[in-house]
Design a protein around this ligand. Structure first.
Ligand SMILES: Nc1ncnc2c1ncn2[C@@H]1O[C@H](COP(=O)(O)OP(=O)(O)OP(=O)(O)O)[C@@H](O)[C@H]1O
Length: 447
């Protein structure tokens, strides 16, 4: 067992809320970064990837638990890490060389030595000749090269990267990725370990020796496994695509225990949320996806569907999730297959579609069921949004609570389960559910 450079022990993060409640963003988590590996951290938006990265670097203090740097509490240790950011985060008023020298200056390195090391690093990342340029004169790819040079010039023991390639076009990203890998494999840089946060599953499988997938609400490790593929990796190789499919599967089934991997992942017990997380998808989008799956003979690989649609997988996943939640789609081994109800839904005319959606929503979505029950239980047939806000607030962040309610309103209105009075922020009975001739609008608004 290798000694960890960084070791997080039961780290947690929560944020205070205006109300008394606090929002837990990371649940107690153990995680070690050991020498000789590239670790990729994947997870859906909001699962706490950046939060975890910030705690591991010492930029942010855990609310509970401890991070150790070579077994010393990180706050008291002489930490040698660098971070490359998605947004490059360069100083626009400094030249390329001055940007690269900045961290050396902060460490008190003398001017001529700074210049020497800065120029050498610019050379390493392919930017020799650009030392006098300003960031605005450079392309995105070159700016990120400056970002790398600035991070690497201090010879960090661990190099952290937060989505370093996602602001770049596909070809530039590919190019920069393989150059980084080359620097690492040839040991041109003395960095002991690289920790990369990414949204891109293929990127993780291309680069990483170990992949960690986070789940959310609150953030927790769903699976943490080694990637046994030799470099250079071939995206078309079966072992590669199997691994990509496996990770899609883990990500598209947030409530399932991660399945067995082609290699052996360390499965962690899965936590069950009281309320499922409603995926933020619109009914129209769900119907569109189902039609597409039908066009593909009722079954297709999610990854290929995203490709065909020109969608980022992150944009498609909520729609897939929603269709799955409603029982219109099943996802197995990264393949989405339409169910009988899903097929009927996609092929029906609008009123029948609404009926099917209504039945599926009531059956499968706790929040919608509760809203309908609450409206039915109230003599005035209306209930305030605040009531559900307070309940959801216990489980989700403020931002997510608002989004959950927005999605619930959208689905509930579409399915005619209820209506929503936006001026009074109240859920009200849907027109068509009002059977009593004497219950009119006035009675409703008088509540
Ligand atoms: N200062 C803060 N106060 C309250 N909540 C916060 C704060 N910072 C982050 N959060 C919440 O913590 C959760 C995790 O955020 P984080 O940025 O770490 O996630 P992420 O996985 O990196 O997301 P993304 O992939 O979208 O960048 C989110 O729900 C976010 O809204």
């Amino acid at each position: 067992m290798q000694t960890a450079i960084i070791r997080a022990e039961r780290v947690e993060k929560y944020y205070a809320q205006p109300s008394e409640n606090r929002i837990q963003v990371i649940s107690p988590t153990d995680l070690s970064v050991v020498p000789g590996e590239i670790v990729a951290l994947l997870g859906p938006s909001g699962s706490g990837k950046s939060t975890l990265l910030r705690m591991l670097t010492g930029l942010s203090t855990p609310s509970a638990g401890q991070v150790y740097w070579h077994e010393k509490p990180i706050a008291t240790a002489d930490v040698n890490v660098s971070i490359v950011f998605q947004s490059f985060a360069l100083f626009p008023w400094l030249t390329v060389l001055e940007n690269v020298e900045a961290p050396l200056k902060a460490r008190g390195v003398e001017a001529s030595e700074r210049r020497k090391q800065g120029l050498r690093m610019l050379d390493t990342v392919g930017l020799d000749g650009f030392q006098g340029a300003y960031p605005k004169e450079l392309s995105g790819g070159m700016r990120q090269r400056v970002g790398f040079a600035r991070a690497l010039v201090v010879e960090p023991e661990v190099l952290f990267m937060d989505e370093p390639f996602s602001a770049l076009d596909v070809l530039t990203a590919e190019n920069l990725r393989s150059e980084l890998l080359e620097l690492w494999q040839n040991k041109t840089i003395p960095t002991q370990s690289i920790f990369i946060v990414t949204h891109n599953i293929e990127e993780a499988v291309l680069l990483a020796d170990r992949i960690i997938v986070l789940g959310r609400n609150p953030g927790h490790i769903r699976t943490d496994f080694k990637v046994g593929l030799a470099h250079p990796r071939d995206r078309k190789a079966t072992a590669f695509t199997q691994l990509v499919d496996y990770i899609y599967k883990v990500l598209t089934q947030p409530d399932a225990k991660p399945p067995k991997l082609p290699t052996t992942p360390t499965d962690k017990p899965e936590r069950k949320a009281h309320y499922q997380m409603l995926p933020h998808a619109r009914p129209g989008g769900i119907a569109g996806l189902l039609e597409l799956v039908i066009d593909h003979n009722g079954k297709d690989d999610i990854y290929r569907l995203a490709d065909d649609l020109g969608f980022e997988i992150d944009d498609l996943l909520p729609i897939v999730d929603a269709a799955q939640l409603l029982g219109f789609l099943t996802v197995t081994e990264g393949d989405a297959a339409i169910t009988e109800t899903g097929s009927e839904y996609a092929n029906s005319e609008i009123l029948r579609q609404k009926e099917l959606f209504r039945a599926a929503a009531i059956e499968n979505v706790l929040l919608l069921r509760q809203i309908v029950r609450a409206i039915e239980a109230k003599s005035d047939g209306s209930v305030s949004e605040e009531f559900f806000h307070d309940i959801l607030d216990e489980q989700f962040t403020e931002e997510e609570t608002v989004r959950q309610l927005e999605t619930a309103i959208n689905w509930g209105r579409y399915a005619e389960l209820f209506d929503f009075d936006a001026s009074r922020r109240r859920f009200i009975q849907a027109e068509k559910l009002v059977h009593e001739p004497d219950v009119d609008d006035e009675a409703e608004t008088g509540a």
